[in-house]
Design a protein around this ligand. Sequence first.
Ligand SMILES: Cc1cc2nc3c(=O)[nH]c(=O)nc-3n(C[C@H](O)[C@H](O)[C@H](O)COP(=O)(O)OP(=O)(O)OC[C@H]3O[C@@H](n4cnc5c(N)ncnc54)[C@H](O)[C@@H]3O)c2cc1C
Length: 243
Amino acid sequence: MSTPIKIKCTVSSIDAHSDSVFTVRLKPARRLPRFKPGQFLHLAIDSYDPTGGYWPESRVFSIASAPFDSEITIAYAVKGKFTLRMKEELEVGKDVWVKLPYGHFVISYAPDGEVVLVAGGTGITPFIPFLLNETNNPSGEKISLVYGVRRSDLLIFGDVIVDALANLNGFSLYAFCEERANSDSQFSAEQGGLTIDAILRATTDPTKAVFYLSGPVEMINTFKDGLKDTEVSETKIHIDEWE
Ligand SMILES: Cc1cc2nc3c(=O)[nH]c(=O)nc-3n(C[C@H](O)[C@H](O)[C@H](O)COP(=O)(O)OP(=O)(O)OC[C@H]3O[C@@H](n4cnc5c(N)ncnc54)[C@H](O)[C@@H]3O)c2cc1C
């Protein structure tokens, strides 16, 4: 893994998906270190003095851009004090600081089995670099994305998912939306919440699959227990647990 470095970045774009979910693109002042799909960064809004200052208050966000991209994408939901500051203070042209890469939630192909990516809401973010980075899937093993959101406007990164559906060998999407999906959605979503049954239906044999779970803590714990009850080995369940 690369040693984390601190980099000043300028906000280059902000997309509002709702009044509390945003995608932000950051243009780094220097070349980004190598990172792996699934890793995260620390983002600080206040300025940092690289000649020896303290690292300011920060929060962690999964990197949602490809390792080959010259900019970085993150997506966040307003949850508390810090993310509210992000909503109020981030604007195009503003400088922020990031340090990266961090984390052991690294998404890769399973050598002899299928991969199941389970995302709750903005928990989709760590899976996006994997989908962007994989232009083929030589062994053709099944890769399933089981993605649940509350409202259809929160089905973010639709372009990346539609592209993967068209081009990534073995890739399937199982999308769920608690409220009725809008007709302008880029892909259809079944009405309802994510369930352990939906996750199991996405596999051909759950005991041979590798599962990556990303999203709120309660979701992770529920599905981790559900998978273990279905005889899935704990070594095949990887989690990216958010506070
Ligand atoms: C591996 C990982 C990846 C994540 N990726 C994303 C992502 O891609 N998108 C996303 O929206 N969220 C992500 N999160 C969650 C995100 O980091 C925030 O915790 C979440 O947005 C909470 O909102 P907040 O920081 O505004 O809440 P706040 O109320 O400001 O703080 C939430 C928690 O942060 C801690 N905290 C409070 N004050 C401080 C402080 N001064 N310094 C440091 N910590 C403090 C406390 O544990 C507090 O309970 C991720 C979390 C993890 C662990």
